[in-house]
Design a protein around this ligand. Sequence first.
Ligand code: NAP
Length: 282
Amino acid sequence: MERKILIIGAKGMLGQDLANILSNFDLALWDKQEIDITDEYQVKTKISALSPDFIINCAAYTAVDDCEKNKDLALAVNNRAVGYLAQTAKKTGTILIHISTDYVFNGQNKDGYEENSQAFDPVNFYGESKLLGEKDLQLIAPQFYLLRTSWLYGKNGKNFVETMIKLGKEQKELKVVNDQFGKPTYTVDLARQILYILNNNLPFGIYHAVNETKIGGISWYDFARKIFELANLNVKLEPCDSRVYPMPAKRPQYSALINTKLPPMRDWQDALADYLKEREKI
Ligand SMILES: NC(=O)c1ccc[n+]([C@@H]2O[C@H](COP(=O)([O-])OP(=O)(O)OC[C@H]3O[C@@H](n4cnc5c(N)ncnc54)[C@H](OP(=O)(O)O)[C@@H]3O)[C@@H](O)[C@H]2O)c1
């Protein structure tokens, strides 16, 4: 019998691509209209009634800067709601796949972070709230996959690639930060990695799912340069340090996730080229 999969956050950037990639499964696609995951009663009753084999939680409060001022909301969505999902998964014998972030780490390790790294101590409240969610998940859910990813872009959400293309069309010169390093990841590739997990009965635990870069990741400047090159935008690009663009939330300096457990994902440049081709079709 086809396994029943509930995607929560199905209207988000990852959720929409995931729904596409998993379209051969028996899917329930829920977002805020169908469930508010911060409401414990709704989570328990609605999910128990649906009785899925898998819950994939793509819902989160992802506005990193806003999390600094809306700490209650960040904790409600990124921490407590994960606890409710984990309790429900435990009670109903459901496997819970939860998405987390490179921002749970302290950003000090130039080489990056493997799945079992304990170098937490996030530099912003978004990372703090996601880390608390990770902890509750691991404490409560007996059957979970915790999938960390980073620097996501995809056709259904706000992201760095779209921002650069917009700015590149409006401006002839741009400064982009060259002192923060990570691994940009295409939501379609992440969705394929989730499909791999669903199909391969892997041991429960923590996984890292990112497009590959050189060791230690690339900078936002490197990323922007490649975007302009592939999109044929003629922009004079200048590297700068993050003090030029002060933000409400501090960003980790080095946050490359190292994947030692899943099959390696393709190189970030190939993924980006594919994304740029795909977005032309929209
Ligand atoms: N974006 C990145 O660069 C990035 C990097 C690393 C990890 N991640 C993680 O990857 C996952 C997917 O990220 P994404 O960028 O695809 O997120 P997204 O586009 O912001 O989508 C999240 C979805 O969850 C919904 N949602 C928010 N609060 C909810 C609630 N209380 N109940 C039900 N649904 C709710 C949102 O609805 P509204 O839009 O109406 O609020 C939205 O549709 C998240 O766990 C995120 O932390 C993202």
